[in-house]
Design a protein. Sequence first.
Length: 369
Amino acid sequence: MSQSITITDHDYSLWVKQLSKRFRQSQIQSAVRVNQEMLRYYWELGRDIVALNAENKYGRGFYANLSRDLRQSIPEVTCFSETSIRYAKRFFELYNQLLINLPQVGEDLQDADTAHTQQVAQKLETDLFSIPWGHHKYIIDKCSNDPNKALFYVQQIVENGWSRSTLLNFMSTGLYERQGKALTNFQDTLPGIGSDLAQELTKDPYCFAFTGITQPYNEHILKDALLNNITTFLTELGTGFAYVGKEYRLQIGEAENFIDLLFYNLNLSCYVVIEVKIGKFVFADVGQLGGYVVACNHILCKEGRDNPTIGLLICKEKDRIQAQYALESSSQPIAISEYELEKFYPEKVEGTMPTIEELEAKLGDGMNK
């Protein structure tokens, strides 16, 4: 009878690790392919339902009947619930509004009129079929009448690899409405495409509900709370932000100066100076921030590596006209935004959670079965 022995050879151990890694990668790639094919199937199912006008043609019980018939025909498959079939129709209807003038998703794109149209269609197809079905269902529920908003969240998931919980968080705080909305002077102070990219990285307002601050606070408390939740803070700031330091010391002439928060954005290849003010915006804020931006350019930036530094002022409140005048007076790229400490809940939440009576009834039904 053979005995099990332990092989201690270093190369053998590395090989085993590589084999395990390759297997995990294969699993992931297989799961991605399965998800893509399932999404194509749901797209085509939704398209068929719309094209056949099936709800009117086959009556009120159409979805229940189709669900039953598909499950009987393919009993080993669990994705044909009545709810899933309804989502398939909504999935097609939502994004077909964007694709109506483009080649049909899932079909050969070689007959596209122009190279640009072909690229747009291919990008839409790739993005739509790249994220999990569970993510799509949340987006469909929240963006059923706004395909541009829906596509925005799809693209954010593709670019940033959001989990379902991260998606829900950003949707609940209205990221689509906040993204790129800060007051800036980037068009006048940043070259070319850099101004558009920088603008898209801003938000207004920023949601600092994750700090958990509910009592009176000062700037020190707020900054500490932000850094105590640095992962969430970086996520709220956006793609590509890396933390450099708090109260970052700059020796300017004979004076010591301290930047509230210093970050580096990898996508823009530049430092980002962030000043946090718990009061209302005043003209002097831009002057101070502009000075820090210039100092960073001289002291920290390296030629050939770093683009011009950007300043971001996040205050509790601002007068838009006053803020705009201040930005026009500055030659440095600066953005001005507000922050909120409370999460942006919808005005009406009734019906989104079960009542006590509904829970008791549900539990009672379960115990009686």
